[in-house]
Design a binder for this molecule. Structure first.
Ligand code: FE
Length: 202
């Protein structure tokens, strides 16, 4: 047996951090269930594919998106909105797979928001260099529910702002399997993702 097992990833114990009031960072929360999450995303993608949407200013987003749930978030030149049908297919957005529903519920509870039932899951796919500029999630009708943000794949820098756009956001390194939950007093914080750096191969 080889003495050096450094080729194998060390098991990572889930831990909980509170970077701001109303914000919980659940490190490695869903790392072990990542394969099932990817399967669920593939199911969604087979019916409503990833697409790069256009914002009202005419710019095409670098992030590719799709949705699952009763409603889906979309944008085009006329504005941001939630729709019950996928504008690309005209069919309802795919129903939320149980894997994603359960993950959101467990994470919300761990973040202090028990009894959460999401009606939308927006799935953002970042290729290298893709980013999401600082914004508030404010197209929702009811701010009493939290936002649950699951990260898989390459590490990235999450920009954790405040309720004021002019405040410089904190930069938080997010790794595969981390989940961020924010709500209550933090529900309308500005947030974003810095351009995703390339990974590396051995
Ligand atoms: Fe957002």
């Amino acid at each position: 047996m080889h003495a050096d097992n450094s080729l194998w990833p060390e098991p990572i114990e889930p831990t909980t951090e509170h970077p701001a009031e109303g914000v919980t960072l659940l490190r490695a929360f869903c790392r072990d269930e990542a394969p099932r999450i990817y399967e669920a995303i593939q199911e969604v993608e087979a019916r409503s594919s990833f697409r790069q949407m256009v914002v009202p200013g005419g710019h095409t987003m670098s992030v590719a998106m799709t949705n699952t749930g009763e409603v889906g978030w979309t944008t085009d030149r006329t504005g941001y909105r939630y729709t019950s049908a996928d504008p690309l297919t005209g069919a309802p957005w795919p129903a939320m797979p149980g894997t994603l529903l359960s993950l959101a519920q467990r994470a919300a509870e761990a973040g202090g928001f028990p009894g959460f039932t999401p009606n939308n899951c927006l799935i953002n796919r970042y290729s290298v260099g893709a980013r999401l500029s600082l914004h508030q999630d404010k197209n929702e009708l009811d701010y009493s529910h939290p936002i649950v943000s699951v990260s898989l794949g390459l590490p990235a820098t999450f920009l954790l702002g405040t309720l004021r756009r002019t405040d410089t956001p904190r930069r938080i390194r997010i790794e595969h399997g981390d989940v961020l939950v924010w709500g209550g007093p933090a529900r309308l914080i500005y947030h974003g993702v810095a351009p995703v750096p390339a990974g590396f191969t051995r």
